[in-house]
Ligand binder design. Structure first.
Ligand code: AMP
Length: 123
């Protein structure tokens, strides 16, 4: 199955274009981070690249070295600024159908600020 093309009408693309507001926590030339609108823990930040990438695999395969370095460094800076490094946190990149990705613009969730539940519920 082919990977879907980038949809420029997705909600994070609209945030990047300034058409929808966000609660910004970090921005540089390549990266924007903002608080999740429906936080699942005291800290729940979404980190997105400014480039049009659907998923982490798309980004890892197709982004420039500059973009990849900036994104990786930003995740480190944002985690540090969020105060979650010492106690720990979870970094999640839900991907497409099986990964239950809702918004088709690459984002990692930085989730922490309390002890989290199991990574996957045991069904
Ligand atoms: P995912 O299921 O990994 O695609 O996660 C999408 C996340 O985006 C969810 O945690 C939503 O709560 C969050 N979200 C959706 N719309 C917005 C928005 N306008 N601002 C901030 N977070 C949002």
């Amino acid at each position: 199955m082919a990977v879907p093309a980038y949809d420029p009408e997705n909600i994070f693309a609209k945030i990047l274009r300034g058409e929808i507001p966000c609660s910004k926590v970090y921005e540089d030339d390549y990266v924007l981070a903002f608080n999740d609108i429906a936080p699942q823990a005291p800290t729940h930040v979404l980190v997105i690249p400014k480039g049009a990438y659907t998923s982490y695999d798309d980004f890892a395969l197709n982004a420039s070295d500059e973009e990849i370095i900036a994104y990786t460094r930003a995740i480190g800076k944002i985690s540090k600024a969020a105060g979650v490094i010492e106690d720990g946190y979870r970094l999640i990149a839900n991907t497409r159908d099986h990964g239950r990705q809702d918004v088709p613009h690459l984002h990692v969730h930085i989730i922490g600020g309390e002890k989290l539940g199991l990574m996957l519920p045991k069904a």
